[in-house]
Structures are given as C-alpha cells and as structure tokens.
Design a protein around this ligand. Structure first.
Ligand code: FHN
Length: 491
C-alpha cells in the first residue's frame, strides 16, 4: 500500500476511533484513545511478565564515561554532550567499535538465569548510532569493524531463551542534520520534516525487519519540536500499530495537542502504560492512577551506559533491587533492571553478580513476582504482599526479633465474616508454619478500624537472612459468632 494511503487510513482511523473522553472532558483529537487498561492478550502477557532487563549499549561504551583522563560524572551515555569531549571525537568512535567479547547467547542465558521475561534494547540512543543495519543512515554498526547486526544477534539469542524483546528508540538524534530540539525558523521546520520522515522510516524498518519485536520503548521525546507534532505522531503511532498488531507502546511516545505528555489534558494516560517511573517508584496504588506502569532502574544512581568507574557512585544491592521489584509488583507495575555492557561486549562483574543473586532468589521465589497483582493485604512493616488467585505471597524484608510475624488480614466486606489464615508455608523449603490467633473459637480480635491480626511462627533457621524470604499464605473467609461481651464494653 502506498504511504499516502496508509497515512490517510491512519488519520481516518483516529477520526473514527475518537478519543477517550467523558462528558466533562475537553475535546481532544490526539489525547488518550482509551480510558483504562488494555485488555488484550499481548498486554496481559506483558503485565504477567513482571520483570525485565534493560540494556544500554552503543558507542558511548567505548568512552566509558571518561575522556582524556577525566571522569564524566553525568550519565555515561550522555558523554557526547560533555564540554571536555569534542563532538567530532565522539562521532568517530564508531570506527573503533569492535566488541570481540560480545556473546549474545551468553547475555541471554544470564538474563534468563536472572529471571527476566523481557529485554529492552537500545537500538538507537540520543547520539543516533544504530545498533542495526539501517538503510536510512550510514551511522550504523554495519560501518564499524564489527559489522554484524547486533540487534539481530540479540533478538535471536533472547528469543531462543524465551525472553521477549522490546526496542528502545530515541527520538532525539544528534547525528541527523534535520534534528532540532526547537523549531524557530522556516528552515528549521523544513529540516524537521525530513527528520520526521527519517524517524518514521526507521521505525517501519525496525518493525518490518524484526517482526519478533513486542513493543517500542520510546525516549528523548521531551523536545519542544517533538511535542508540537501531536497529530503527526498520533497518526504514526496508528500506522505502527496497524503494521504490527499487539504492539505495546508506553506513554513517552507522543504528546496531545495541548502539549501534555504521558497523561493528556483530561488526565487520561496516553498509550499503553505509564513510563514516568524512571529510577523511582510510586508510593501507593493511588499514585499509579490505576494504570499499567513500568519502573526502569539503574544499579548505580544514574548510569545507564557503561562507565569505567563506579567507585564514586552509590550502587544498589540485590536486596534493595528485590525490594523495589516486589514493591513494584505489589502496586501492579513491571520492574526492569538496567545493564550497561562495556565497549568490548563484557557485562561488568558488579552487574553479573547482581544478576546471579537476583536469579538465585527468583528461582525460589519467582511465583511472588510473575503473574501476580496487587493484593488486598496491604503493605505492612515486614514488607509487601502480591497475589495470584487465592495465593498471597508475603515478601518479608523486616524480620521481627521474636520470630512472630504479625499479619494484618484484609477486612471482609460483610460484618458477619472475617478472613483467617488457613495455611502458611515458607517458599524456600515448603515448610508449613503455625498460625497463632487463628484458633477457630468463633471470636476474633478486631481493631477499631475493623482489622484482625494473626501471628505466623517463623522457623529459627530463617534468622539473619541477607535477602528477603517469601511466605505463601491462603485465607479463608469464615462467619463470626457474637463478639465476646467484653468487647462491647464502653469507655
Ligand atoms: O536520557 C535518557 C537516559 O540516557 C536513559 O536512556 C534513560 C532510560 O530511561 N532515558 C533518558 C532519560 O529519561
């Protein structure tokens, strides 16, 4: 089909589709096209996956956050913007790109062992260097000493391990002559039209040549020039979705016509999931707006690409990352840990160690992460709960000194009923735990908010854990008889 016809169809689709609005909303043509979550199988699969790996890899890995003996303290993948590094020097780095130690299969096996169900790969970061053989620019891996199509190698290797691949794509492209952050002159506008066409061509090329792609992970969309393209970006999004059914796109891709990003002027999430949680987590479910969302997390404070020296930066431990992952899952989000391989293709030891530790933990406790959702059993001092069907997983970070884990159970909707803990076991070894306060004597303590509590007796051997442990519990909802008369006493 001709390009013009495709654009016409996409525009028609938008017009027919309308926008997701309620009666009191402002009329928008390019805001959210849906209120609430996507309900199709592809999106449910993304949701159930729960845990992913991010990989930032490009020619910035050669510099590794250092130039001329000086340390760049910004994010290593931004080194081209550092005054110490001349642009021409950076733009020639690709001539040295020859990662002879790169082994896609080994990366994929490591990701699998870590428990990642999907991987997001930087096909093109802000510098514009393409990790695939794009026919629309010479600035690609095809023109490096390495030559081979890295994206193809990664997709093959990760797919073979059952890990799905999402493509990170930066709209900012410092290498393209038509790219602008802001459009101030007619010449800017003309150049930007060429750049838009180039961007569209590359995206269509990616989806056509890499049909295994599950979603596009956009970045670098905060420029005024891009924000002003609401109608065009909306129709491009439709074109990409038509080309690739099931495609998942986060909220960073496009703005609405009022310039609002992520959520439109009516407060509705734009596209499929909220991408605002970068290196931070929502405090509670309310902050998520009930949307799908994803948290992408660095191991150091803010380094995505490879930096030679992590000694000056605060790095997260496996325990902290697991805690963030569980907090994310308890609030219905997906959690992604970033890796930044070096210029040779090695994954640094610190990252490999984290992958091993997280993977060991996931191999025992993964059921608390995959396919789970928010539980009515709310966050408590000991940690977070996730749920799958009748099974509730309690991930315990703060172990009580007396080995009695006090659980506040959810309230029943009926005043005549109460939830009790029917069974509890330690996932690590399947050992059943005794429950105190659960004797079926017909009368249960409830606090002034109507909550009941039960104590789980923890086995002595789980003392002094360096990583959290997980308990699987099941609840029963039972009828309560009259309260003890004492409980009716007044002050
Ligand atoms: O500027 C980029 C940054 O380098 C990195 O790629 C992150 C990943 O989410 N995104 C941008 C900042 O939000």
């Amino acid at each position: 089909m001709k390009k013009q016809s495709l654009i016409f169809l996409a525009t028609l689709w938008i017009a027919l589709q309308g926008v997701a609005q309620s009666a009191s909303d402002t009329v928008l043509q390019h805001g959210a096209h849906r209120i609430g979550k996507r309900s199709d199988a592809a999106m449910q699969h993304w949701r159930d996956s729960g845990f992913g790996q991010f990989i930032h890899w490009g020619v910035y890995a050669i510099a590794g956050g250092q130039w001329n003996g000086k340390n760049y303290t910004g994010a290593a993948e931004w080194i081209r913007s550092w005054k110490e590094m001349p642009n021409e020097t950076y733009d020639s780095l690709y001539k040295q790109f020859n990662p002879t130690r790169f082994d896609a299969k080994q990366w994929a096996k490591q990701a699998k062992a870590m428990g990642a169900k999907y991987m997001i790969f930087t096909t093109k970061h802000h510098d514009g260097f393409c990790m695939w053989h794009s026919k629309y620019t010479d600035y690609t891996v095809a023109n490096t000493p390495y030559q081979k199509d890295i994206l193809r190698e990664l997709i093959d290797a990760y797919t073979a391990e059952g890990i799905e691949v999402y493509l990170y794509f930066s709209i900012i492209d410092w290498s393209h002559p038509g790219y602008r952050a802001n459009l101030v002159s007619d010449n800017d506008r003309q150049q930007y039209e060429i750049f838009k066409q180039f961007t569209r061509n590359q995206l269509v090329e990616l989806l056509t040549n890499y049909p295994e792609t599950k979603g596009l992970w956009f970045d670098g969309t905060w420029d005024k020039a891009w924000i002003a393209q609401a109608a065009w970006a909306d129709s491009l999004g439709m074109e990409l979705r038509n080309l690739h059914p099931g495609l998942i796109i986060g909220s960073r891709f496009r703005a609405d016509e009022t310039g609002k990003r992520h959520v439109d002027a009516n407060g509705h999430l734009i596209d499929d999931y909220d991408q605002r949680f970068e290196r931070n987590l929502p405090a509670d479910l309310q902050e998520t707006g009930g949307n799908d969302w994803e948290c992408v997390m660095t191991i150091p404070e803010n380094q995505w690409g490879y930096h030679h020296d992590w000694s000056w930066t605060y790095c997260k431990t496996p325990s902290e990352l697991i805690k963030m992952m569980i907090q994310t899952r308890a609030l219905d989000g997906n959690f992604v840990i970033n890796f930044g391989p070096d210029g040779e293709g090695n994954i640094r030891k610190e990252e490999a160690d984290i992958a091993t530790a997280v993977g060991r933990w996931m191999s025992v406790n993964g059921v608390a992460v995959y396919g789970v959702h928010h539980s009515d059993l709310t966050k408590q001092d000991w940690g977070y709960a996730t749920q799958n069907g009748n099974k509730i997983y309690l991930t315990v970070f703060n172990q009580p000194v007396n080995q009695l884990l006090r659980i506040q159970v959810p309230k029943s909707k009926s005043a005549e009923k109460i939830f009790v803990i029917r069974s509890a076991k330690l996932l690590a070894n399947g050992q059943n735990l005794s429950v105190k306060g659960n004797a079926k004597r017909g009368s249960y303590y409830r606090d002034k908010f109507g909550y009941s509590y039960f104590d789980l007796i923890l086995p002595a051997k789980i003392k002094h854990q360096s990583l959290p442990f997980v308990l699987e519990i099941e609840l029963d909802e039972i009828n309560v008889r009259d309260q003890d008369s004492y409980q009716q006493a007044l002050t």
